[in-house]
Design a protein. Sequence first.
Length: 434
Amino acid sequence: MGSRKADQVITILLVDDIAELRNSIRKLLSMESDFEVVGMAGTGHEGLALAKELKPDIIIMDINMPDIDGLQVTTRIINLLPETGIIIMSAQDDKSYIRQAMVAGAKAFLTKPSTMDELYHTVRAVYSRARPQAGPSSSSAARPRPAAQSPQDQRIRAGNIIVVYSPQGGAGCTTIAINLAAELTRENCRVLLVDANLQFGDVGVFLNLSVRSTMVDLVEDVDDLDLEHFEDAITQHNSGLKVLMGPPRPELAEKVTSNPDALPNILSKIRSEYDFIVVDTSLHLDDMALSLMDLATRIILVSTPTLQSVKNVRFVLDLFEKLTLSMEKILLIFNRLPLDPQLRKFAITPEKAQSFLKQPVHTIIPADEQMMSEAIRKGIPVVGNKRDRDKSPVKELVAFADSLFTALMPAAQGEPSRLDGKPVAARAIPGKGS
């Protein structure tokens, strides 16, 4: 029972004092071919004993148990098996519980009840981050606790700021920003998603986040901002994605906009703590938005295949040139191209858009509104569903994130690299000729 399976199988231990819930989670996990539940425990002491015996990849741990609570068990297990990823589950979603779980060494926090996709995605994401890069699992004595910072964590990060913008409402900027940030979040890569659509931001809705702290809590003390204060304002999604949320209500946006330099200054102060900061913006090109673009490593300029959208993007490109904004850091995304060939007849083609805009289209993302709506309903990034990674638009979003990572991470290591948009003619346009 304690033997390890092939590398692609994730071994899981369930620790919960409610037998019915343990069995329910076990049945859900058994539906996935890369999961294997190797043991179940009803008390903290039983969980600790089975963890020592089985050395699972993942432990799903309840907080409240009859003998010792899940947080104490988590700390003890992490001391013995630092490579094991622990996911805390609780009916309580209070921020203090989440913080205690992270301090104890847990890699994620799930609120009961969680959806099937949330459970699957969290297990895979934690496994990806927690598994050792090299060497046998028995080397735990030589490995630092996950709750502590390793030298890799302490290094100065790449500090790439990616601003996602469109002058056209409904272009899909929030979807692109969320999925880009989620896909960039990988082992040894720290990513932050920022909702800078200050009045009507949808990041919290799309990810089903319960938010208690936002950037509003930071702007008044921006001059004296420290990392601990900043981290207190961060919300963490079940997938592990870190989010700095915008004002919780439209009328509170003025607290941020009254000082247009506040948010850019905040990001300037903390960018060395992250490899990528992905910023979702509103369609208004105000002083704050332009300051963020000046700060950006890349600007993702989003157009849809409509005449109005392409026209507005042309105006923005003209403005950028007048403001002497570097055009080399602009990546043009053609979003929501219809998959149906019949509907595509009525859309602006990427070739025509590129010719009119005099700007290469870097990536074409087809539309699948049903898939996107389902992801929003479940509160998860669409790239998180591995079963859809070979389908459009997931595969295009994944490829775009990979191209950014490949181009920008070497630059942080002293190897300059540019991400130049290639002409559409040199790229495969989904469904062309069908």
